[in-house]
Design a binder for this molecule. Structure first.
Ligand code: SAM
Length: 430
């Protein structure tokens, strides 16, 4: 939320537009262009205010106790329908301001709820959707998470945004001395999770054996860190999980990228493939840029068939290795590890692709990649974005070169947070 104080913009977390609140500055360097603050008291509440879904993330409770709320659920005090309305407003505003979209697709966007199970409309009230969680450990060896933009650690127990399989591990019951971080991946299929433990400086991998004694034996475990090497070392069970999406199977190692919401993979694949329907056909040449473990690569390969070709480009070596494993028996797929902008210089001459799936991180694709795609001139780009501002900026550049925004959908794949995911179809000028 945005407030102004003596002409300076103050970004205020844990408020709701229209409320009168008392806020405490959390980031307020005298010369800074803007400050940050947390709501610590609500004087005139919004009708959309509700009891926070997670006490550890409740700013009012945390500040009353002299502490900070954990990050990751900064919309947990807002009724779910209002969260979605606010996110739609943000998407519309960014598109208007940064891409000049003031009618048609994007302008009339609604943020769609995503159910927890296919074929139902039960969205779990915005809870129980995270299949990936990242935890820290307090100096006292307890499970913790970070406060927003802070080194401060807050001990946590039950994490209501996580799928039940993660909470069932009861990591908060473990003595975690010697461990620095834990990344947990719980496959959406409900099969046993994988936990990756980062060991502290000078801690022997044998310390993990003691920790694992308190963890369900079905759970796989890997170790990283000074005592265990940089690539995860499998200590128990498997070093990867298998994800199933619309008939495709993917291998994902514990530290590899995978979409977080349990139904994000099929939701995004469904929307991107629907957008590209009519553009893809057997024999098409396509690119999956910022491909991760190949979520979109697999359905693209099915659509273009053995006579077509999919270039799947991912920067992170471990995640790209996951993709290479998944597609090793598909000659129509080329998995290339490297920065998109560099790979396109080698593989992306004019007309190189009929269609592209573009799914960059929050910073967006950026000017260089957009310029390269404008030169390559595929018929269509399905742009999957997790940040409406960087997407709108990139869209502005495409539009400046005569491209059109044909469709845009937005999905609530991060309930209880301000994040929103969009899938847009852009087409090149003819
Ligand atoms: C939003 S994720 C999407 C991954 C995948 N499409 C999926 O949905 O599972 C963005 C991915 O881009 C990768 N990445 C970030 N910057 C990159 C760059 N400059 N070149 C190539 N990959 C990059 C990240 O490692 C990450 O896997």
């Amino acid at each position: 939320m945005v407030a102004r104080h003596e002409g300076r913009v103050v970004f205020v977390r844990h408020g709701i537009p229209g409320e009168l609140v008392r806020a405490q500055l959390t980031d307020a360097a005298p010369e800074a262009k803007f400050w940050r603050a947390d709501v610590v008291e609500v004087i005139e509440p919004s009708p959309h205010r509700r009891e926070h879904v997670w006490k550890a993330a409740d700013s009012l409770v945390a500040h009353a106790r002299g502490g900070l709320p954990v990050g990751g659920a900064e919309f947990g005090h807002i009724a779910l329908a209002e969260q979605r309305r606010l996110k739609a407003e943000v998407v519309r505003e960014q598109l208007a301001r940064l891409a000049g979209v003031d009618e048609g697709p994007g302008h009339d966007v609604e943020v769609e709820a995503v159910s927890l199970l296919p074929g139902t409309d039960d969205d779990g009230g915005g809870l129980a959707w995270r299949t990936r969680c990242s935890f820290a450990v307090t100096a006292g060896g307890r499970l913790a998470m970070h406060a927003h933009r802070s080194d401060a650690l807050v001990a946590v127990e039950h994490m209501p945004l996580a799928v039940p399989e993660i909470n069932a591990l009861r990591l908060w019951d473990l003595d975690l001395h010697g461990i620095e971080r834990i990344e947990v991946a719980a496959p959406a299929s409900g099969t046993a999770p994988l936990a990756v433990f980062t060991l502290g400086e000078g801690v022997a991998p044998s310390r993990l054996t003691e920790v694992l004694a308190g963890l369900d034996s079905a759970v796989s475990a890997s170790a990283v860190g000074p005592g265990a090497g940089r690539a995860p070392l499998t200590v128990r069970g498997r070093g990867s999980v298998t994800e199933h999406v619309l008939g495709h199977h993917y291998t994902v190692t514990g530290d590899g990228f995978w979409q977080i919401h349990r139904r994000a993979p099929e939701t995004l694949v469904g929307a991107a493939m629907e957008a590209l329907d009519g553009v893809l056909s057997p024999g098409s040449q396509v690119a999956d840029l910022y491909a991760g473990a190949g979520l979109f690569t697999a359905p693209l390969a099915s659509a273009v068939g053995p006579s077509g070709h999919v270039l799947s480009v991912e920067g992170a070596p471990g995640t790209s290795r996951d993709a290479r494993r998944t597609f090793k028996r598909q000659p129509e797929v080329a998995v290339v590890q490297g920065k998109v902008e560099r790979v396109l210089r080698r593989h992306g001459g004019a007309g190189a692709f009929d269609a592209v799936v573009l799914d960059p991180p929050r910073a967006g694709a950026g000017r260089e990649v957009v310029r390269q795609l404008i030169d390559i001139a595929p018929r269509a780009v399905a742009y999957v974005a997790c940040d409406p501002a960087s997407f709108a900026r990139d869209l502005g550049w495409f539009k400046g070169a005569g491209w059109r925004l044909e469709s845009l959908r937005a999905f609530d794949l991060y309930p209880m947070t301000h994040h929103v995911e969009t899938v847009a179809l852009l087409t090149a000028p003819r």
